[in-house]
Design a protein around this ligand. Structure first.
Ligand code: ADP
Ligand code: ZN
Length: 766
């Protein structure tokens, strides 16, 4: 010990100072709750061989040294670590909890990226990356296994033992695998006592193992024979193949219209990756994880794990372990499957990449597409994004060479796209003959389809609260002059409010455009539609699918199965029915009101409308008898509707992107959305104002880079008795925006009762 150390500890040797003070291990850990860390701990000698990055440890925390569970995110020798802290003052960690790491270095790297990008503590991110069933080791228990060490086997014949012990030892030595105490006593025909004696003498070795406590069954298979790829599919596969072979990775946007056979292309690309001894992850929207999809992958690949939401904790854990051991070739799952711990990942596919369900709406608010892009870049493997209606973010990336674009412009078997007829609801309204939701042209179409034994899908995408103000006579919608989003009607106070910038006007008594004095508020429900269908088409089997009728797990699948079997002729519902379904007998699709999504207070309203119309239209015309679509709307001239009717995504993007650019909405720049909520309106607003001031003063110096909107009430202004306000911060690029968010949130004094969150790249603007 040198002088300096002696003076530090008053001549007494600190208990944790080892001989060579510079050569002990330091573990850096984070917590999943406040304080999040990271903090350094000294690794005591007895934990040296167990501690590793990605394992959980128990550490003392704070003055009282309460024991807390933490994640080890780094291990290094004290000498390597920064001199800024006095390493010798570190508290020692108490215990290493996991035998195997929960995160490998790659997944920890991904977790760090999420933590930085989404400005979320790493400990919280890790709890998302590692499923809770895995952390709890659900479905397994520990057993003590016995075997005989080699050294003992070598001198087995020389040992002098009582007969019972001797026969037990021989029984164990001759077993091809380790045995539990019970198994051994059964085999040797003895009680536990002689076994216990052998353990005490050190002649038997004990190891603790985790074993499965439940059986796991896989879905049944059905046959989905490989298709002979058509020319355009071959071309797409070739391009993906180049990217796989190049070893450089990159993002490929596969823009293929509905029914163009994208899935078949994914399957072939995956096969190629498997031949290289690698694995693939396929992300699909949760709603698309139907038995149909599952069976399709199962019948084409032997070792598949399908991660859907109805898995038990034990099943999830079981799959995760199989994946980690490399026993699974293809992982198919919703958003969180992007964290599958595949040891040699070769390809990530995201089907329906535009789907909003890929963004998590609670902490950490990550988007699986961006996580996948990062993960793919780490491993230098391709990321394939497939959609008929790509997100404008992905489209823009492809246009600016951040990724490559591949097109499948035609349907398989040269099937035509369905013809789309736009029904002008203003005409219907003027004629005053029909006050229902189903127009006369649509009713006629349904009648004809039913008579031909075809099936019908009716889409009514409505969400209860957000009501735009629309004139039924001319279709005019009241918009915000500053933000280009629809104003929302507030019944109390009789006003129309912009939920981005807080612009307010009194509720109009007549239409500002055509002066019609019965301007009313859009909004019907699926239940009312069901009644109308039953009344208009008596005797025709009809089924409603929405979040009210589909509460029970499995009900969604059952409903689709009944529809597939033809027991139901008219399927009506919310956007639940719009996605991914492949039923050849659907000959007519009706969209009850295309405007409901169009006038949402959201800058993506037009994009969503276009996407939804295209997707739902794509459900028809998949068989040989063709298909048609009726789109009912009050705004038949709106771009999103006109171009969706023409199935022209490229034209839509070309119209929409300049609008986004002019207002700096994504894909231009990035955005952070702060949401503040609290029980008292004035207090909540006051805090939102304060937060706004703080942000404004932070970004003031950099007005060219940032723009701050709000605070304004959220479109859902009150939720579960909490008032809600939000603020939007737009920045030119992600990093400086995140730095700003971090700076603003640090040491922010938050009144009791008030909560705030920040969402980077928000999709949900409600
Ligand atoms: P998408 O995902 O692009 O909407 P799918 O991959 O679901 O399209 O394919 C639509 C249908 O066409 C499926 O029933 C599929 O089995 C079938 N299919 C795909 N490729 C071919 C092909 N080359 N020849 C014939 N049928 C095909
Ligand atoms: Zn506004």
């Amino acid at each position: 010990m040198d002088k300096r150390q002696q003076s530090l500890f008053d001549g007494e040797e600190a208990p944790w100072v080892q001989d060579d003070a510079q050569d002990f291990l330091v573990a850096q850990v984070v917590f999943s709750e406040q304080p999040f860390g990271p903090y350094d701990y000294r690794v005591p000698e007895e934990c040296r061989n167990q501690v590793a990055l990605g394992k959980r440890v128990l550490v003392p925390l704070g003055r009282g040294n309460r024991t807390r569970e933490a994640y080890c995110i780094d291990v290094g020798s004290a000498a390597e670590r920064s001199a800024a802290v006095d390493m010798r003052k570190l508290k020692p960690l108490r215990k290493v909890l996991d035998r195997d790491p929960l995160l490998n270095p790659e997944m920890l790297d991904v977790a760090r990226w999420i933590s930085d990008y989404y400005v979320t503590p790493l400990g919280q991110v890790i709890e998302t990356v590692v499923p809770s069933g895995v952390r709890a080791q659900a479905g397994t228990r520990e057993v003590v296994l016995l075997d005989v060490p080699n050294a003992v086997i070598a001198k087995l014949t020389q040992l002098k033992l009582p007969p019972k012990q001797s026969s037990a030892l021989r029984a164990l030595a001759s077993s091809p695998k380790p045995l539990t105490v019970n198994e051994l006593s059964k085999r040797a025909g003895c009680t536990a006592a002689p076994i216990q004696s052998l353990r005490k003498k050190g002649l038997i070795r004990e190891t603790i193992e985790r074993i499965e406590t439940s059986e796991h069954a896989l879905d049944s298979e059905t046959d989905d024979p490989p298709k002979l790829l058509n020319e355009q599919q071959e071309g797409a596969l070739r391009q993906i193949g180049h990217s796989i072979d190049s070893g450089e990775g990159g993002t490929l946007l596969l823009h293929g219209i509905t029914g163009s056979g994208k899935t078949e292309v994914y399957i072939r690309a995956i096969q190629r990756v498997l031949h290289m001894g690698r694995q693939a992850i396929v992300l699909v929207p949760e709603i698309s994880l139907t038995p149909q999809t599952r069976r399709r992958f199962r019948s084409r690949f032997k070792r598949v794990a399908v991660m859907h939401s109805h898995l038990s904790q034990a099943e999830r854990h079981w799959h995760w372990q199989r994946i980690r051991r490399g026993e699974v070739d293809v992982v198919v799952g919703a958003r969180s499957a992007v964290f599958a711990p595949t040891p040699r990942l070769g390809l990530i596919v995201i089907d329906e990449e535009h789907d909003a369900s890929f963004k998590q709406d609670n902490i950490p608010r990550y988007h699986a597409r961006d996580v996948a892009r990062y993960r793919a870049s780490l491993s230098k493997i391709p990321l394939v994004l497939g959609s008929a209606t790509p997100s404008l973010e992905s489209w823009h990336d492809a246009a600016t060479a951040r990724s490559d674009r591949i097109s499948l412009p035609g349907r398989v078997r040269n099937l035509p796209l369905p013809e789309v007829a736009i029904v002008d609801l203003r005409d219907e309204f003027r004629s005053k003959k029909s006050w229902g939701m189903i127009s006369r042209p649509l009713a006629r179409g349904i009648q004809e389809t039913v008579a031909e034994n075809g099936q019908v899908m009716l889409l009514l995408n409505r969400r209860g609260f957000a009501t735009s103000i629309q004139c039924p006579a001319c279709g005019f919608v009241l918009n915000c002059p500053n933000c280009d989003v629809a104003l929302t009607h507030h019944r109390d106070g009789r006003k129309a409010v912009c939920h981005y910038c807080d612009y307010v006007v009194p509720e109009p008594s007549q239409c500002p455009e055509c002066l019609f004095d019965g301007i009313r508020f859009a909004g019907f429900g699926t239940q009312k539609l069901e009644e109308e269908v039953q009344k208009k088409f008596p005797g025709v089997a009809c089924l409603r699918m929405d979040s009210d009728t589909m509460r029970k797990p499995g009900s969604h699948e059952m409903a689709l199965e009944r529809f597939r079997r033809g027991e139901v002729q008219i399927l009506l519902g919310t956007q639940m029915i719009a996605k991914g379904l492949d039923f050849p007998n659907v000959m007519l699709v009706g969209v009850i009101n295309a405007d409901t999504a169009l006038h949402f207070p959201d800058f993506r309203a037009a994009e969503r409308t276009f996407g939804l119309l295209t997707q739902v239209a794509g459900r028809t015309g998949r068989g040989d008898r063709g298909g048609r679509v009726f789109v009912q709307t009050f705004t038949p001239d709106h771009n999103a509707i006109v171009l969706a009717a023409k199935h022209d995504f490229a034209a839509f993007a070309e119209q929409e992107l300049p609008v986004r650019e002019s207002l700096r909405y994504p894909p231009w720049g990035t955005m952070a959305r702060f949401v503040v909520r609290g029980p008292i309106e004035t207090q909540t607003q006051a805090f939102a104002d304060r937060l706004g001031d703080r942000i404004r003063s932070y970004v003031q110096a950099d007005a060219a880079t940032f723009r701050v909107l709000g605070p304004a009430p959220c479109p859902i202004g009150k939720l579960r008795n909490k008032f809600r306000f939000h603020l939007l911060v737009q920045g030119l690029e992600a990093q400086s925006l995140q730095t700003a968010v971090r700076a603003v949130s640090e040491s922010l004094q938050v009144p009791e009762d008030i909560q705030w969150v920040v969402d980077i790249d928000p999709l949900d603007m409600l």
